[in-house]
Design a protein around this ligand. Structure first.
Ligand SMILES: [Ca+2]
Ligand SMILES: [Ca+2]
Ligand SMILES: [Ca+2]
Length: 1022
C-alpha cells in the first residue's frame, strides 16, 4: 500500500512523502467490484443482522448466527476489541444443515464452514450473502440474510427479527432429494435460569402459512422443585488476613480491605459487612494507573461441592480471563465470572449441579495491568436457594420468547418440538425419532432444542427455497435512571407475533430492503467506498443503540461505554439524521433541548448522566438542530424548539465573554478534559454554530438575534484567522492563567477546522476562509497522515490502539513545531487524556476525510477513508465493528458524512431545496440520496457542452422548489429545460459563481417511480 521506507523517512516519525503505492492510489477511485471474503479469511466477521434498537445478533463469515446479545444483559466493552477482536461465540445452539440423497447415498452438511470446502461472504449492509460450494456436493446453497431496513421508515426497520433465506440448487446431473433443517435451542432465561427454578417450553404453531417453533419459559411447578438444604457461608472476608487463601503477586495485599479505607474515587462497592476483596484498593501505588498495574491471584482451599449453587458479589474489570473469579475443578477452570467495568459489586450465581460431590477451588484473578485492571469479591455462599428476593420470573431481564419459523409452510414441512439428541446437526432430520407432539418441556439445565425441516426433490439444475425467520421478544430492558422497556414490545406481544407480522409483510419488506440496497450500490462511486461509508449505519442494529418503551432513542458511545447519547461524540455521526430523521428530531427535542437543557442554556451532554456541558457538544447540537430542521418537511419542528435552541446559543455566546468570537475560560470537550485559551477547534465550532443559529433565527423571524449572531461570527472569523492561523495551520494559545492545562498548542490537531467541516454538512458555506482551511487540511495530510503508525507509537507510547504498527491512519495530534511538544501539551493533566493525541480514531478521521473531499482534496480524503477501511479488513478484524472506547462506536457513523461530501449533497426540506456537486467523476456520476419524505437516485452526465441531471425517486415522495447543480467548465447554463415525470415544465434559473439553481414555481412533486430530468446547456462566455 505504501513504501518502501527507509529510516530517514521516519525522521519526523510521520513521513512527509507518503510513498503511496500507485496501484493503491488508483484503486481509491476505481469502481472495483463487490467485496467477497472467503473462509477462513472471513472468520472474525459479525455483520449486525437484527432490526434497529433490538439487540445485537451477528451473521458470521460462514453464515452462522453468533453473539446473541438480545437478553438485556448490558454487555460492557472497551477499547480491547481493536487489538484483540472478539472471537465468534454463541451462548445457545442454533444453525442450519442440509441432508442430500443422490444416487442412494446420503450426506449431511452443516451450513457453516465445517460443511463445505468453499464458503464465501459478501456483506452489503443491510444484506449479507453467503455461498456454500463443495466439489463433492451435488448441490450448492445460497443464503441471503437481513432484517428489514428501509430508510425513513423506523418501525419497519426495527423488528426484533432476522430473515434467513436459503436457495438450494441441484448442480449435479441426477435428481437429488434434499432436506434443509433449522434448529433453535430454547434460550429463554439463559442467565436467570441459572439461579432459579425454571421450566422451558417449546410449542409448535401452524397458522396463516407459518410453521413456528415458539420457545418460552415458566416457573417450575412447586411439586417439581426439590427441597432446599441450609446455606453454607464459605467466606465473608470479615478479617484482616486471607487465612486459608493462597496469594500470589501484589495486587491483593495482605488481607481483605475495609470498605471505609478504599480510595474515594472507587465509590461505594456495595459489599456485605465491613471488609471485601479488592485488588485495586489493596494494590501498591498512589494513583489509578499504578494500582491497576499490579497483578496477583488468590486461591481458596479445596472444598466439596455440596449445594446446587455458589453465589457471591463481584465487581471490577470486565476483562475475560484477566479480571475474574474462577471455579476450578480438578485444577481446570470450569466457570468464570468477570466484573462489568464497575466497582459496585453485583450478585452472581453459578449453577454447579454438574459437579455435585466433586472437589473444587475458587480463584480470584487480576492479570490485567491496564484500565479496569482490578477485581472485587465478597460474600461467597453455597446454597440451594440461589438468590434471595427473587421477583416474578416474568420480570427477569432475559424472560421473553424466541421463535424459529418457516415462511409459507406446507403440510409437508416438518417440525420437531424436542430433538431426542441435542447433538446437532445429526439428530435434526425427519428420519430421526424426534418428538412430534405439539409441546415439550424441560427443566433448566437440560437442553431443549426444536427443529423445522423442508424437503424437496430437485431435478438437475432445479432450485428450492426456504425462508426462515428468527424472532425474539425480551421486553424487560432496564437501565439505571432511564425509562424501562423496549419499544418493540409496545408493538408486539411476543416473538410469535413478530414472526406473524413478518410473514404477512415479508414480500413487501424484502422488496423495500433490496430497493434501498440496490439504490445505494447503483452508483459510480467505488464499491469499497460505498461499503465503508454505509456499513457503520449497522451501529443502529447493535447494543450501542436502544429505544425505550416510551419511544425515546438512547445510545451508548460504544456498546456498554459510555452513557447518555453523548453530545460531543454523537455530533460526528451524520448517518442517523439522514436515514431516520425522526429519531434525531425526537432526541433533540426530548433530550438536548428538553431534559438536558439548563436555565442558562447549557446542555448536559450525557443528559441524566452528568451535570456539565461541553463546548464542542453544545455547538454541535446547535448545528444538528439546523440539520434536523433541514430534514423536516416544514418549519414546525424548528418553531417549537427555537426558544431552546436560542437559549443554548446564548450559553455559547456567554462563554465568548467579550463577544470577539473566540471562546475563553474552561472548555470541556470530547477529549474528556477542560481546555483553556483560544482554541481554533472549539472557537471554530462556535463560529459554525453562530452561523447555524443565524439561519434558524431568520427562518423563525427572530431577525435581531440573527443579526447578533452574524456580527459576532464576522468578528470571530477575522480574529480566529488573525490570532490562530500560524501561516500553515490553526493552533491554540495557552491561557496564561491555566498553563498547566492540557493544550495542543502549536501541534497539528485533527479537529482544528471541524467547524468548517460541519458547515459543509448543513450547507452553511464558508465559516473559515478557503485558503487557510485548505492549508490546514494539507497540513493534516502532511503531519498527521502516516502509512504506518508504528514508528510514531514507538516514540509516543500513551494512548489506546486503534491502528496497530504496520497499519496507517491520521493521528489525532502531532507536534511539528520546535516550540511545543507532547510533554508540554499534556500539561499536568492525566496521561490517559493526553494519550488521545497519539491515537487514530475513526470518527475524527472520517470528519477530516469528508472535509478534504469537500474542499477538493479528493485523493487525500479517499486515502484517509480507505486507510480505515484497510484497517478493518476481515483478515484483521470484524469489518462491521469499528472500535473506540467500546464496540460499534457511534462516532464512526461520521463515515456517512464522507459519502455526502463526495456527492456535494445539500438539502433543505422546508425550502424544498436539493443540491449536488459531485467531487468524483462529475462527468459521469450516480449516487443515492435521502430527503425528509423520500429517497432515490441522483445522476448526472456531462458531454458535448451539455449537463444532464436526473433525480429519480424510488421511495416516498419529494417536494422540490430548487435543484442546485455545479456548472462544469465550458457550460454557461443559459439554456435549461426540465421534465417532471415526463412532462416538460417551465423553470427559472439562477447562476451564482459556479452554481446553478433550477427553480420550480410552483414546487414540483415527485412520487416513487417518477423522475425529474434537467438539461443544462449554453456555451460559457456566450
Ligand atoms: Ca464482607
Ligand atoms: Ca491489576
Ligand atoms: Ca471572547
Amino acid at each position: 500500500m505504501a513504501g518502501p521506507f527507509t529510516r530517514e523517512d521516519f525522521e519526523n516519525l510521520v513521513p512527509a512523502d507518503k510513498k503511496l503505492d500507485p496501484a493503491w492510489v488508483k484503486s481509491l477511485l476505481e469502481r472495483g467490484s463487490r467485496t467477497v471474503y472467503r473462509w477462513p479469511e472471513s472468520r472474525l466477521i459479525g455483520l449486525p443482522i437484527g432490526g434497529l434498537c433490538a439487540g445485537q445478533l451477528y451473521l458470521g463469515g460462514d453464515g452462522r448466527l453468533w453473539h446473541w446479545d438480545i437478553f438485556n444483559q448490558h454487555i460492557g466493552t472497551g477499547a480491547e476489541h481493536y487489538a484483540k477482536p472478539m472471537e465468534p461465540r454463541s451462548p445457545l445452539e442454533q444453525g442450519f444443515a442440509l441432508r442430500v440423497v443422490a444416487g442412494g447415498l446420503a450426506q449431511v452438511r452443516a451450513l457453516d464452514h465445517t460443511g463445505w470446502r468453499d464458503v464465501t461472504f459478501n456483506g452489503e449492509y443491510p444484506l449479507g450473502f453467503v455461498e456454500y460450494r463443495d466439489p463433492d456436493a451435488p448441490v450448492s446453497v445460497s443464503l441471503e440474510a437481513f432484517s428489514p431496513f428501509i430508510p425513513l421508515n423506523v418501525l419497519d426497520s426495527s423488528l426484533p427479527a432476522t430473515v434467513m433465506r436459503f436457495t438450494v440448487k441441484n448442480t449435479s446431473a441426477q435428481p437429488v432429494e434434499v432436506e434443509l433443517a433449522g434448529w433453535l435451542e430454547n434460550a429463554v432465561c439463559l442467565h436467570s435460569g441459572q439461579s432459579r427454578d425454571v421450566l422451558r417450553r417449546n410449542r409448535l404453531v401452524r397458522r396463516a402459512g407459518l410453521l413456528a417453533l415458539e420457545c418460552s419459559a415458566e416457573p417450575m411447578p412447586e411439586d417439581q422443585v426439590s427441597p432446599k438444604r441450609p446455606d453454607i457461608l464459605f467466606d465473608d472476608f470479615e478479617r484482616s488476613t486471607y487465612d486459608s487463601w493462597t496469594g500470589e503477586g501484589k495486587a491483593f495485599g495482605t488481607g481483605p480491605i475495609e470498605m471505609d479505607k478504599m480510595p474515594d474515587y472507587q465509590g461505594k462497592v456495595g459489599g456485605q459487612g465491613r471488609r471485601v476483596v479488592n485488588s485495586h484498593a489493596t494494590a501498591p501505588g498512589h494513583d489509578v494507573a499504578a494500582k491497576d498495574a499490579a497483578t496477583g491471584t488468590l486461591t481458596s482451599r479445596p472444598f466439596t461441592i455440596e449445594r446446587n449453587y455458589i453465589t457471591f458479589l463481584i465487581g471490577g474489570g470486565a476483562h475475560q480471563g484477566r479480571t475474574c473469579v474462577n471455579l476450578l475443578v480438578d485444577g481446570q477452570v470450569v466457570l468464570s465470572a468477570t466484573g462489568r467495568n464497575d466497582n459496585r459489586m453485583a450478585p452472581h450465581t453459578w449453577d454447579v449441579r454438574r459437579w455435585a460431590g466433586r472437589t473444587a477451588q475458587i480463584q480470584v484473578v487480576d492479570r490485567e495491568t491496564g484500565s479496569w485492571g482490578n477485581i472485587g469479591l465478597d460474600h461467597i455462599v453455597f446454597t440451594d436457594q440461589p438468590r434471595r428476593d427473587l421477583g416474578p420470573l416474568a420480570e427477569e431481564s432475559d424472560f421473553g420468547t424466541m421463535t424459529l419459523a418457516l415462511w409459507k409452510a406446507s403440510p409437508e414441512d416438518l417440525a420437531a418440538v424436542a430433538l431426542p439428541d441435542p447433538r446437532v446437526p445429526a439428530g435434526i432430520f425427519s428420519q430421526n425419532a424426534a418428538d412430534r407432539s405439539p409441546t415439550a418441556t424441560r427443566p433448566f439445565g437440560q437442553k431443549l432444542l426444536g427443529a423445522l425441516t423442508r424437503k424437496w426433490s430437485l431435478a438437475p439444475g432445479a432450485s428450492g427455497e426456504a425462508v426462515f425467520f428468527i424472532t425474539w421478544h425480551f421486553p424487560n430492558l432496564r437501565m439505571d435512571r432511564l425509562p424501562p422497556g423496549r419499544h418493540y414490545a409496545t408493538r408486539f406481544a411476543s416473538a410469535l407475533a413478530v414472526a406473524e407480522h413478518l410473514a404477512q409483510r415479508y414480500p413487501e419488506l424484502r422488496e423495500l430492503t433490496h430497493r434501498w440496497h440496490d439504490t445505494w450500490y447503483d452508483s459510480t462511486l467505488p464499491y469499497w467506498f460505498l461499503d465503508r461509508t454505509f456499513l457503520n449505519t449497522s451501529i443502529l442494529a447493535t447494543s450501542t443503540c436502544h429505544r425505550f418503551a416510551n419511544g425515546r432513542f438512547w445510545g451508548w458511545e460504544g456498546v456498554g461505554c459510555c452513557h447518555g447519547t453523548c453530545g460531543h461524540v454523537w455530533q460526528y455521526a451524520q448517518a442517523v439524521a439522514r436515514l431516520f430523521p425522526e429519531l434525531k428530531r425526537d432526541t433533540r427535542e426530548r433530550v438536548d433541548f428538553g431534559l438536558a437543557l439548563q436555565k442558562d442554556g447549557a446542555i448536559h451532554f450525557r443528559a441524566e448522566f452528568n451535570d456539565i456541558p461541553a463546548v464542542d457538544g453544545q455547538a454541535g447540537t446547535i448545528l444538528r438542530a439546523l440539520r434536523e430542521h433541514q430534514m423536516s418537511t416544514d418549519d414546525s419542528w424548528l418553531k417549537r424548539n427555537w426558544p431552546a435552541i436560542r437559549r443554548a446559543t446564548e450559553w455559547l455566546i456567554a462563554k465568548d465573554g467579550d463577544g470577539d468570537g473566540l471562546i475563553e475560560g474552561n472548555q470541556h470537550n470530547t477529549l474528556d478534559t477542560d481546555w483553556f485559551g483560544p482554541v481554533a477547534w472549539l472557537s471554530g465550532m462556535y463560529l459554525a454554530a453562530l452561523r447555524a443559529a443565524e439561519e434558524m433565527a431568520r427562518v423563525v423571524g427572530d431577525d435581531a438575534f440573527a443579526r447578533r449572531c452574524r456580527e459576532i461570527f464576522e468578528r470571530g472569523q477575522r480574529k480566529l484567522v488573525a490570532e490562530l492561523f500560524d501561516g500553515e495551520y490553526f493552533i491554540n494559545k495557552p491561557d496564561p492563567r491555566h498553563l498547566d492545562a492540557i493544550n495542543s498548542g502549536t501541534g497539528c490537531h485533527i479537529d482544528q477546522v471541524l467547524g468548517q467541516s460541519w458547515a459543509w454538512q448543513v450547507g452553511l458555506g464558508r465559516v473559515l476562509p478557503e485558503k487557510e482551511t485548505v492549508s490546514a487540511l494539507r497540513s493534516l495530510w502532511r503531519y498527521n497522515f502516516t502509512p504506518d503508525v508504528g514508528p510514531y507509537r514507538q516514540r509516543y507510547k500513551p494512548g489506546r490502539w486503534y491502528a496497530m504498527p504496520g497499519e496507517g491512519g491520521l493521528l489525532m495530534c502531532t507536534f511539528p513545531r520546535k516550540d511545543w511538544d507532547y510533554a508540554q501539551a499534556k500539561g499536568k493533566g492525566p496521561e490517559w487524556a493526553a494519550g488521545y493525541f497519539n491515537e487514530c480514531m475513526n470518527g475524527f478521521e472520517y470528519q477530516v476525510a469528508g472535509h478534504m473531499i469537500a474542499e477538493g482534496l479528493v485523493q487525500e480524503g479517499l486515502a484517509v477513508t480507505r486507510m480505515v477501511h484497510d484497517r478493518y479488513h476481515a483478515a484483521r478484524r470484524n469489518p462491521w465493528n469499528e472500535v473506540e472506547c467500546g464496540d460499534h462506536y457511534a462516532r464512526s457513523m461520521a463515515s456517512y458524512g464522507v459519502f455526502l461530501a463526495a456527492c456535494g449533497y445539500e438539502y433543505d426540506g422546508p425550502r424544498g431545496r436539493l443540491g449536488f456537486a459531485p467531487r468524483l467523476t462529475p462527468e459521469h456520476f450516480k449516487c443515492a440520496f435521502t430527503t425528509a419524505e423520500g429517497w432515490g437516485s441522483f445522476s448526472q452526465q456531462i458531454g458535448q457542452g451539455v449537463l444532464r441531471a436526473r433525480v429519480e425517486l424510488r421511495y416516498g415522495r419529494l417536494r422540490l422548489s430548487t435543484l442546485a447543480l455545479r456548472l462544469p467548465a465550458g457550460i454557461s447554463g443559459h439554456t435549461v429545460t426540465a421534465t417532471v415525470a415526463g412532462e416538460a415544465t417551465a423553470v427559472r434559473v439562477e447562476r451564482t459563481g459556479g452554481r446553478l439553481e433550477v427553480q420550480f414555481a410552483p414546487a414540483c412533486q415527485l412520487e416513487a417511480g417518477q423522475a425529474l430530468e434537467v438539461r443544462v446547456a449554453g456555451k460559457a462566455g456566450a
